[in-house]
Design a protein around this ligand. Structure first.
Ligand code: SF4
Length: 654
């Protein structure tokens, strides 16, 4: 690929290096080679974190000042391409940590946090771009609470005002994400804010950052990293328009792509056709009973992943139509068109009455996995997670594990621990986690190996293995997503090999392919690896996962050229995706990740399901091992899951 533009079309062309310890900001030209080779968003951020870790060595503690967190946008952001409003945030995750001895894991090797990329929509990423900065590269730790302001190309570190805090049980804690956003929006009319909530302030390992009230850099613990840096919020405001290498050509091609997206969303054979109506909650019925497209279902997790099925008479209470019934107007990311998955929601009456947004499929699925079948309570908990800044998905897995411990009698020394099926328990516990109050809240705020050790210490006579059997997030897991991990061997491999930690579903998605008959270790491995490359590019371009078109097609790459002046072929753009994925894995190898981490199968997932369309299914460890062998071979990694130097060289990782 050659670079025929000036180096900053599409991008702002500027990075801000922010040292919170020294309280200094340096704005510098972006490195054009980084945009050529790593595209933007996630890819460029991986390179910036690699550069940092090369100079300081592996990061032992993601909550130490040494963790770099990068927040930024991509070239397509704020253009007319549908769904291209997604920004990026990358850091070493405090949730995917397993540093100490873990005798409950055979062959355990310590890991000290994976590189995590989170994607968020809303307005914030586009506003950051309008404010004139592509990436905020944030290092160090402030000696007192601060916030960052980005306005019209200027970046400032400011003291966080007292009004952003309140006192809870004698401790100073930040206000909720919506309160912080309202205060800062009033100060800077027209701005957009991304902030932590109380959970981030208390450094809960899976705290998120919340933008525009309900858009989140969700997984991995970005909020905790902000909290560890004494950083409360980033507010952006600007009016700069995106620059185009060839504006006329871009407009012509953007119209063409817009028409293609519109056509696909209108076609009932496409999954995308459901997005404007049901959003991701479409999967609630599909995963349970296959209601749509004639598939079987049987993979909606239940009772801490024991089953993929539960009494059908209860399903309608929390099915797709139940959430459609409380849905209101579209409430979509800036410039999203046609796909438009998000809608506001309202519960009119009862203990959980209120306004908010409709929860996503993954959130609802993972809370059904806690046996919660109260739609209004699920809506309310989603609202609370946005207020407190907690990742709904990891919370679901952590909570299901705690409920399992309670059921098995291991939580007697932790009065008030949550029980399966109790929404009031779960609401009380999530508040305690966010505010760091009570023994249960403090226990569950940490990475899961700490939970196993503490519960073990409180249960003399119980083995750590028995306790760990309840915890699917053991050994630095991020938490499985809302597709039952026992149901699909390919999806289990996608969960196991995701660069952002065990359990992530966004880097590769195999469900439709496996339902369509895809099988065989080699085929599944290749499919997972291909999905991971595609997703690396989607995240690096600033697109949403739900963009319907091929982002490596000739037409799309011609549009990308008209925007940036960068020329790619399908092959050279795909090579960028491979480069990004290999670089992230290389970073994770440095953090201790090897086959041992990928291969870990939580023991309860080897017990077959007893009901539903996938009755009898469990994770087959031998078959999973074969898929891993094939996957490493496909990637050109060693049998231990390490990217060798010659592969890095071949891919152009430096
Ligand atoms: S499809 Fe949904 S998540 Fe994606 S950009 Fe549109 S509103 Fe945002």
């Amino acid at each position: 690929m050659t670079h025929s533009g000036t180096g900053s079309f599409g991008y702002t062309g500027l990075w801000a290096r922010i040292d919170l310890t020294a309280r200094k900001v340096r704005i510098e030209p972006a490195d054009p080679a980084a945009y050529q080779d790593y595209v933007g968003g996630r890819g460029v951020q991986a390179r910036l974190i690699h550069e940092h870790l090369r100079s300081i060595g592996p990061l032992k503690d993601p909550l130490s000042p040494g963790n770099r967190i990068v927040v930024g946008s991509a070239a397509l952001n704020d253009t007319a391409v549908p769904t291209a409003g997604r920004g990026s945030c990358s850091f070493i995750s405090p949730m995917t940590v397993s540093s100490g001895p873990a005798p409950w894991v055979p062959g355990h090797r310590p890991v000290s946090g994976m590189i995590t990329h989170s994607s968020a929509g809303g307005l914030f990423p586009n506003m950051l771009k309008r404010a004139g900065i592509d990436h905020l590269i944030i290092d160090g730790r402030a000696d007192k609470p601060v916030r960052i302001l980005v306005t019209e190309g200027k970046v400032e570190i400011l003291d966080a005002e007292d009004e952003l805090f309140e006192t809870v049980e004698g401790r100073k804690v930040v206000r909720t994400a919506s309160a912080i956003t309202d205060i800062l929006t009033q100060k800077y009319p027209g701005s957009s804010t991304m902030c932590l909530g109380p959970a981030g302030w208390n450094q809960v390992a899976y705290a998120c950052l919340t933008g525009d009230r309900h858009r989140n850099f969700g997984r991995g613990g970005a909020g905790a990293v902000f909290g560890s840096k004494n950083l409360v919020a980033v507010t952006a405001y600007g009016r700069a328009a995106t620059t185009y290498f060839n504006a006329e050509e871009f407009t012509r091609l953007a119209r063409e792509i817009d028409t293609q997206v519109k056509t696909h969303v209108a076609d009932p054979k496409w999954t995308a056709s459901f997005r404007p109506t049901t959003g991701t909650t479409w999967w609630l019925d599909r995963a349970f009973n296959g209601k749509y497209l004639g598939k079987q279902g049987g993979y909606l997790p239940w009772h801490n992943f024991d089953e993929g099925w539960f009494p059908p008479e209860d399903q309608a209470k929390v099915g797709t139509d139940a959430f459609l019934a409380i849905s209101g107007r579209h409430h979509v990311c800036n410039r999203c068109r046609h796909v438009m998955c998000t809608r506001s929601a309202k519960v009119e009456a009862g203990p959980y009455a209120g306004d908010g947004v409709r929860p996503e499929f993954e959130t609802v699925a993972l809370w059904i996995n806690c046996c919660i079948l109260d739609r209004d309570a699920l809506f309310h908990m989603n609202f609370l997670c946005n207020e407190y800044g907690i990742d709904t998905m990891t919370l679901g897995s952590v909570m299901a594990g705690a409920m399992d411990l309670t059921e098995k009698g291991f939580m007697k020394k932790f009065p008030g621990a949550p029980s399966f099926g109790s929404a009031p328990d779960m609401i009380r516990t999530l508040k305690d986690i966010a505010y760091g109050t009570g023994d249960v809240g403090k226990l569950l705020a940490q990475p899961s190996d700490g939970v196993i050790v503490e519960v073990g210490a409180a249960n003399s006579g119980a083995s750590l293995q028995d306790i760990a059997r309840c915890i699917t997030t053991a050994y630095g897991g991020l938490g499985y997503a809302g597709i039952e991990p026992k149901a699909f061997p390919g999806m289990f491999a996608a969960y196991g090999t995701s660069n952002r930690g065990r359990g992530d579903h966004t880097y590769a998605w195999t469900i439709q392919a496996e339902e369509g008959g895809l099988e065989g270790a080699g085929n599944l491995a290749a499919y997972v690896a291909g999905g991971q490359v595609g997703k690396a590019l989607v995240d690096s371009m600033g697109l949403c996962d739900f963009f319907t078109e091929d982002h490596t097609s000739e037409t799309f790459l011609a549009l990308y050229h008209a925007l940036t002046g960068l020329e790619y072929t399908t092959a050279s753009m795909t090579a960028c995706g491979r480069r990004i994925y290999a670089l992230e894995r290389h970073i994770n190898n440095g953090q201790g990740r090897t086959r041992a981490y990928d291969a870990y199968v939580p023991p309860k997932l080897t017990v077959p399901m007893t009901s539903g369309a996938h009755k009898g299914r469990a994770v087959d460890e031998k078959y999973y091992g074969e898929i891993l062998d094939a996957y490493y071979e496909h990637q050109g990694w060693t049998k231990d899951g390490v990217v060798p130097p010659e592969k890095l060289k071949e891919l152009g990782v430096s």
